[in-house]
Design a protein around this ligand. Structure first.
Ligand SMILES: Nc1nc2c(ncn2[C@@H]2O[C@H](COP(=O)(O)OP(=O)(O)O[C@H]3O[C@H](CO)[C@@H](O)[C@H](O)[C@@H]3O)[C@@H](O)[C@H]2O)c(=O)[nH]1
Length: 485
């Protein structure tokens, strides 16, 4: 059809617009490519930096099973797992920690604290045992949860625990109890830990034997010692509130109590101890302290719900502050064989040959029991346990679901722990994806999913069942996959 005179300018404008749009699109494409090149360059620079750092520190080794990751855009950038911290605490500057409280409020804060809070005669004991199997395949027997930088903040959970408590005890009164398989890893991560303060146990005998061993040794070194045991693998926010609570706990411990720290419960969890608040102690130096009228370790769901409804209960944070002498007395009363065994071992601790013999002979005979059942429950019934109800954020990073809570959420997307570029998703809400192997992970329409993609093992579950990863690990063991656990 012929073009009329009135249509001619319109055609010209349309063509011009088309050309402009075309040029803009081309520019956009070029910009996208440039951005990608920049990002790749940044990544490869970072990876070279890390490689150089590792070479200069003689740390080119990777953990078995967590090595060589590949991705189309980032090549072989991951010589080691990103979940193993690259720095020891001596080299680490103030670190940012991303933490959630039971109310799921996420906060960040910096360490270290001012060092004028040291408490003379106060010793920190960090029992570091257990693999944290609910975080498999991130955690392994050789690289348990406490040695991992689970939220990629730059510090392992153990290093964060150390830095958090250092201001109260100073390096000479910081101690760790762990198995021989982890000694090297612990000393590597905590270069300021005095080797004589690393109490190596021949094998896992649960928390009473571990904390009791430290108490028995410290009691011989300092009969007036007040000790505080703090799990190696918890996350805490609100440093002032935390240090304040521990300082109050020490004051109460000096009065002859076994002191716990109480966390306001957010749901009827069955994996925690429950503390029933009793009367106020009325101590000037510890204004928040209260007596504990009962202590129940890990009640069933029904009982936990009943406790919650009363408003009278707190979760036990897994921290115990007490005179070393009182802890030993309580052990003597409630588990006399364990007491005797530990006293015998501690008597020869400083003589290497005698210690070795005592450990070989006595350790295997010791009762395997958590401190909560061994002494906290019976001592509470006798009115010997106190509590400082806490106001700080606390999480025991028990499983992938609690790990997910620490990450910022975006609607209709899973939370990604690691390289965001490796996860492409569509209508996938509420889950968590951990891309470790370096390959692309895609998901469509699967809500609340948990995907952990290590180079040698892929774990898929739901957030609701992430507590049960432990049983999956057991099954893998039975199926002959011990080398991957
Ligand atoms: N060295 C060593 N440490 C151990 C051993 N067994 C446990 N531990 C350490 O002792 C602490 C507590 O042990 P868990 O086994 O992790 O205890 P839990 O089931 O989490 O329960 C405890 O903590 C809860 C809070 O997380 C509490 O609510 C509960 O009452 C209890 O105290 C952790 O730091 C753990 O590494 C062992 O054999 N050896």
């Amino acid at each position: 059809m012929a073009t009329t005179v009135s249509e001619a300018p319109k055609m010209g404008i349309e063509m011009m617009l088309e050309r402009i749009m075309g040029a803009m699109e081309k520019q956009n494409q070029e910009l996208t490519e440039l951005r990608k090149e920049c990002s790749d360059l940044r990544t490869s620079n970072r990876s070279m930096e890390i490689m150089l750092q590792n070479i200069s520190q003689g740390r080119s080794n990777s953990p078995p099973g967590l090595s060589a990751g590949m991705s189309p855009s980032i090549g072989r950038e991951r010589a080691r797992s990103p979940f193993l911290p690259r720095r020891s605490t001596a080299q680490a500057g103030p670190s940012q920690v991303l933490i959630t409280s039971p109310s799921h409020e996420v906060t960040t804060h910096s360490f270290p604290f001012p060092d004028d809070r040291e408490i003379p005669g106060f010793y920190v004991v960090i029992p570091a045992g257990g693999a944290g199997t609910r975080l498999w395949p991130l955690s392994r027997e050789n690289h348990p949860k406490f040695l991992l930088d689970v939220n990629l903040c730059g510090n392992s959970l153990l290093q964060s625990t150390w830095e958090r408590l250092l201001p109260l005890a100073g390096p000479s009164r910081m101690t760790v109890v762990a198995g021989p398989a982890h000694s090297e890893g612990i000393l590597g991560q905590l270069p300021n830990l005095d080797s004589s303060n690393l109490f190596t146990e021949p094998g896992p005998k649960d928390s009473m034997a571990a904390i009791g061993l430290a108490a028995a040794i410290l009691l011989r070194r300092d009969p007036e010692a007040v000790i505080g045991s703090f799990a190696a693998d918890h996350m805490i926010s609100g440093e002032d509130a935390f240090l304040g609570a521990v300082t109050e706990a020490v004051e109460v411990a000096k009065e002859g109590y076994l002191v716990t720290i109480g966390i306001a419960p957010s749901h009827p969890a069955t994996g925690f101890g429950y503390i029933r608040l009793g009367d106020k102690l009325g101590l000037k130096s510890a204004p928040h302290s209260r007596l504990v009228s009962s202590f129940k370790e890990k009640p069933d769901a029904h009982t936990a719900a009943k406790y919650l409804a009363t408003g009278q209960y707190r979760w036990n944070a897994g921290m115990f502050v007490t005179k070393a002498s009182l802890l030993m007395e309580l052990m003597k009363e409630n588990c006399p064989d364990l007491y005797e065994g530990l006293m015998n071992i501690s008597a020869v601790w400083d003589d290497e040959a005698a210690r070795k013999t005592a450990l070989e002979e006595v350790w295997p005979t010791l009762e395997k029991i958590p401190i909560d059942n061994a002494v906290a429950e019976p001592a509470a019934a006798q009115g010997k346990v106190a509590v400082i109800p806490s106001t700080f954020g606390w999480d025991d990073v028990g499983d992938f679901s609690s790990l997910a809570e620490m990450l910022p959420a975006e609607s209709n997307k899973p939370r990604v722990l690691g390289d965001q570029r490796l996860v492409v998703s569509e209508q996938t809400a509420g889950g968590i994806v951990v891309p470790v192997s370096g390959r692309l992970i895609t998901c469509l329409g699967v809500d609340d999913i948990v995907i952990v993609d290590a180079p040698d093992a892929l774990m898929v579950t739901t957030r609701a069942r992430s507590q049960e990863v432990k049983s999956l690990v057991k099954k893998c063991r039975e199926a002959g996959w011990k080398n991957l656990l």
